[in-house]
Design a protein around this ligand. Structure first.
Ligand code: B12
Length: 212
């Protein structure tokens, strides 16, 4: 399966314009939307995260690469839907109440979309009530919550409690993540799982649903 080197490089370099052009060129050359995501965009974002961890990339680079990926995804999403390459699994994702960090959450959302899942992104500062309404209305299989601040982590528990009170907890799997979150914390608050990065999140969603 071919990789679009141009698309990979454009995302790695945070060049949104080139990412769009490379996506269009890839499609014109007959590359499948899912392949463009999985072979070019996801590996590029993986590399961006690695560079950030090694302190070779900083926040501006993260933001630019995230934006480039989001723009290219915008072009591919309708094509995935038209080709019926999603819908089997629906995921609601959001950053919890009080928390505005969304770079990691957006990468997770893109990776999930790139793996063929339908993703409903509620954005940042999402209240427990908003999660509950989304589960009622959109009937997802999985709820993903992100928190980057120790002070907003408890909102993950509040959200799980709200799902339980609304009688919805047994209808969905709950996966949590974000830098301060741990497997131990997931256990403590009654989440179904935790993943430390976006690639692992895809595997975890599949595992959770396989055991559902
Ligand atoms: C960028 C950033 C910001 C940006 C956010 C921009 C944006 N649009 O997201 C801005 C400048 C707005 C910001 C603001 C603040 N920030 Co800030 N921020 C960061 C920083 C530098 C990077 C975070 C990041 O994007 N990492 C890169 C991404 C890719 O990693 P990630 O988010 O961890 O995501 C990965 C995994 O965790 C996982 N993941 C993430 N979510 C999920 C969800 C699920 C379901 C799963 C499975 C996996 C998963 O997958 C992702 C990809 O692999 C961190 C420090 C750091 N080095 O991490 C501080 C940091 C998180 N911020 C911090 C603080 C204190 C703040 C402020 C309170 C600062 C202030 N005084 O105003 C405000 C809070 C605003 C608010 N209410 O949220 C502290 C938190 C300390 C703590 N323990 O609570 C940190 C750790 C900095 C520090 N060392 O002090 N911040």
């Amino acid at each position: 399966m071919a990789q679009s080197k141009e698309l990979y490089d454009a995302i790695l370099n945070g060049d949104a314009k080139k990412a769009l052009a490379a996506t269009e060129a890839g499609l014109a050359a007959g590359m499948a939307p899912l392949d463009l995501i999985q072979q070019s965009m996801v590996p590029a974002m993986d590399e961006v995260c690695r560079l950030f961890e090694r302190e070779e990339y900083f926040v501006p680079e993260l933001l630019l690469s995230g934006r480039a990926m989001k723009g290219a995804m915008g072009l591919l999403k309708p094509l995935l839907a038209a080709a019926g390459q999603k819908m089997a699994v629906r995921v609601v994702i959001g950053t919890v109440k009080g928390d505005l960090h969304d770079i990691g959450k957006n990468i997770v959302a893109s990776m999930l979309e790139g793996s063929g899942f339908e993703v409903i992104d509620l954005g940042t500062d999402v209240s427990p009530e908003k999660f509950v309404t989304a589960v009622e209305e959109r009937k997802p299989h999985v709820v993903c919550m992100s928190a980057l601040l120790t002070v907003t982590m408890p909102a993950m528990k509040t959200t799980i409690d709200a799902l339980t009170s609304a009688g919805l907890r047994t209808h969905v799997k709950v996966l949590i993540g974000g830098a301060p979150v741990t497997t131990q914390y997931a256990k403590e608050i009654g989440a179904d799982g935790y993943s430390e990065n976006a690639s692992a999140a895809v595997g975890m969603v599949k595992t959770l649903l396989a055991g559902a």
